[in-house]
Design a protein around this ligand. Structure first.
Ligand SMILES: [Zn+2]
Length: 117
């Protein structure tokens, strides 16, 4: 494993921890369902506002979970010794892209084509 990959792994793991902590704070366990009894502070008299707030939290939870998933996929690539290569076409992912987005497992071309893995 190159030192760059080791650095990326460290970064991904700490980022994952941060995301999981954020999910826990939102009342959503890493893989569990969102609690139905989330306390929104009780300041919303209007039920519609509570619903809107809840929808917003659910959206955020979804985004965070997606990020955790991406990181897990990238960590898998590291374990397989494939980190830094595109999971779709196998081409090398540019170091600039990896530096900006360490969880990248697709090259720019495949990502822009909307490839999902
Ligand atoms: Zn590719």
């Amino acid at each position: 494993m190159s030192s760059d990959t080791a650095k990326a792994e460290e970064l991904l793991r700490s980022e994952r921890e941060r995301l999981v902590r954020q999910l826990a704070e939102l009342g959503a366990a890493e893989d569990g369902e969102l609690r139905s009894d989330i306390d929104f502070g009780g300041s919303f008299a209007d039920a519609a506002a509570v619903t809107a707030e809840r929808t917003e939290v659910l959206g955020l939870v979804e985004t965070l979970r997606g990020q955790v998933e991406d990181i897990d996929k990238a960590l898998e690539r590291i374990e397989e010794g494939l980190y830094g290569t595109c999971a779709n076409c196998g081409k090398e992912i540019s170091p600039d892209r990896l530096a900006a987005l360490p969880a990248s497992i697709l090259c720019v071309e495949c990502k822009s084509k909307g490839v999902t893995v």
